[in-house]
Design a binder for this molecule. Structure first.
Ligand code: G3H
Length: 193
């Protein structure tokens, strides 16, 4: 049974500044994680096949680079669109748009950022990715973003979609999901610098 690997991009400059969204490059730590991920995957698959999917954002593309293999860039894997809040910190959102901040805390699944997306929207746009993932016979490594991976993880692990905004998908941690006769075996590897 072929495994599916999930990884967030390495730490980005925006992560360091606590800003959401954007299209910033990796931080030095993030680049080190990308190197570690590259070595790890090399050890796991060697000469074997693996499909590598990224979003269209710099931080995932830069994370895939040390793997030295072909990738497919999916727009459907781009991070949840924070709309008018893109590029802000959570503190700035709380100060400038307290009603929005409160609404999101009240219902993180259905809350839609002004001119942006909700988790429910994200799940809908991931459908073609999931169809392709089910069809693919080789191992797949998906390098994407926190909200996206929460949604994919919930789907693959059969968790209620409503829980997905609260799932833990930390930086610099590779999640390996291997289908078993019953259920899915999950392993997590911390590859932080
Ligand atoms: O930029 C978006 C974050 O990765 C998603 O985190 O949904 O917990 O605010 P959050």
């Amino acid at each position: 049974p072929r495994p599916i690997y999930l990884s967030r991009h390495g730490e980005s400059e925006y992560n360091v500044a606590h800003r959401i969204g954007g299209d910033s490059p990796l931080s030095p730590q993030g680049r080190r994680f990308a190197q570690n991920l590259g070595r790890y995957v090399e050890g796991e698959v060697g000469e074997g096949e693996i499909r590598i999917w990224t979003s269209t954002l710099r931080r995932t593309i830069e994370t895939a680079r040390p793997l030295g293999r072909g990738t497919v860039e999916w727009r459907a894997l781009d991070e949840i669109d924070a709309g008018d809040c893109d590029g802000m910190t959570y503190d700035e959102i709380r100060a400038a748009m307290p009603k929005e901040f409160e609404a999101r805390s009240g219902d993180k699944f259905d809350y839609r950022y002004p001119r942006g997306e909700s988790y429910r929207d994200v799940i809908r746009r991931l459908e073609p990715v999931i169809v392709e993932l089910e069809r693919e016979r080789s191992p797949v490594l998906i390098i994407a973003h926190q909200a996206i991976l929460r949604a994919l993880y919930a789907y693959l692990m059969d968790k209620p979609p409503r829980d997905c905004p609260h799932l833990s998908v930390p930086l610099h941690t590779l999640v390996k999901l291997t289908p078993q006769t019953y259920g899915v075996m999950e392993e997590r590897f911390e590859l932080g610098p």
